[in-house]
Design a protein around this ligand. Structure first.
Ligand code: OAD
Length: 250
């Protein structure tokens, strides 16, 4: 069985991480143009960092849920598997999904990268031996300092994709390579409004030769009309069931 998973913010919703759109979503009260664009960062880097640090903090304190666990289980059982997640959190990884089976197409919130040169680093996240160091880092974060590049002194920024920016080329290539190698028997699209055309495109390309295209989302999306099965339930309830059914049916 060859499988493609596509996930979005809804998969982490039950871990207590807000989605972007929808009634409790970030974009309900916050303006993306003030927080998630290169222009916003140029205008007010402090405000942008404050928002990302708040989110990092929330993610650090969150736990993967049953949806993340189910996707990891599917990855272990499928002959070939790739997850393309729009989520910048690390909950898929913390649920045990190996890096090589996952593409974080919108980046990684724990990466800090230079806004000018190629310097960057990943924050140590959940290493308890490093707890003290992390606390110190958090203290600095609380002071809301905008970090500067150790190499070129430009402002450092979160390693995420903002509106108006290109997707990371190597990550796009990983998706393209997986799709070029063959169609999928199963495509699961969970917890995303599929606002971005490339998500719809990848789902359709992967399932184009009769593969099952399952959407898991309490609400309708632009992808819904192409789905072979639509499950209008929360991902943490549906995905464990779906995955078990697929494993049993093999
Ligand atoms: P959205 O916030 O746009 O959509 C979340 C989706 O999850 C909605 O369709 C909800 O109906 C659904 N949902 C909510 N709770 C759910 C649950 N428990 N189980 C399953 N589905 C649930 O999030 P994304 O589609 O991921 O990009 O957003 C895509 C991108 O837009 C994000 O990566 C971010 C954002 O702006 C950037 O920052 C570049």
């Amino acid at each position: 069985m060859r499988v493609l998973g596509l996930t979005g913010a809804g998969v982490s919703a039950e871990s207590g991480i807000p989605t972007f759109r929808g009634k409790d979503g970030y974009w309900r009260n916050l303006d993306p143009a003030r927080l998630a664009t290169p222009e916003a960062f140029a205008r007010d880097p402090k405000l942008v960092w404050e928002w990302y640090r708040e989110r990092r903090h929330r993610i650090r304190n969150a736990q993967p849920n049953a949806a993340h666990a189910a996707i990891t289980k599917l990855a272990q059982r499928a002959d070939e598997f790739l997850l393309v997640t729009q989520n910048v959190d690390d909950l898929h990884a913390r649920a045990g999904l190996p890096k090589e089976k996952m593409v974080q197409i919108h980046g990684d919130i724990f990466v800090t990268t230079c806004s000018r040169c190629d310097f960057g680093f990943t924050e140590r996240k959940h290493d308890h031996e490093q707890e003290q160091e992390q606390e110190e880092e958090e203290e600095v974060e609380e002071q809301n300092v905008v970090p500067r590049c150790a190499k070129c002194d430009a402002l450092m920024r979160p390693g995420v994709v903002w509106f108006g920016e290109q997707l990371p080329w190597t990550e796009v290539q990983r998706v393209e390579t997986y799709l070029d190698r063959g169609v999928c028997d199963l495509v699961i699209v969970a917890g995303t409004t599929t606002t971005f055309g490339y998500i719809v495109d990848w789902a359709l390309r992967a399932s184009r030769r009769g593969g099952e295209l399952i959407e898991v989302n309490p609400e309708e999306t632009p992808l819904s009309r192409f789905g072979t099965r639509l499950v209008r339930e929360p991902a943490a309830i549906t995905l464990p069931r779906l995955v078990d059914r697929f494993i049993r049916s093999r």
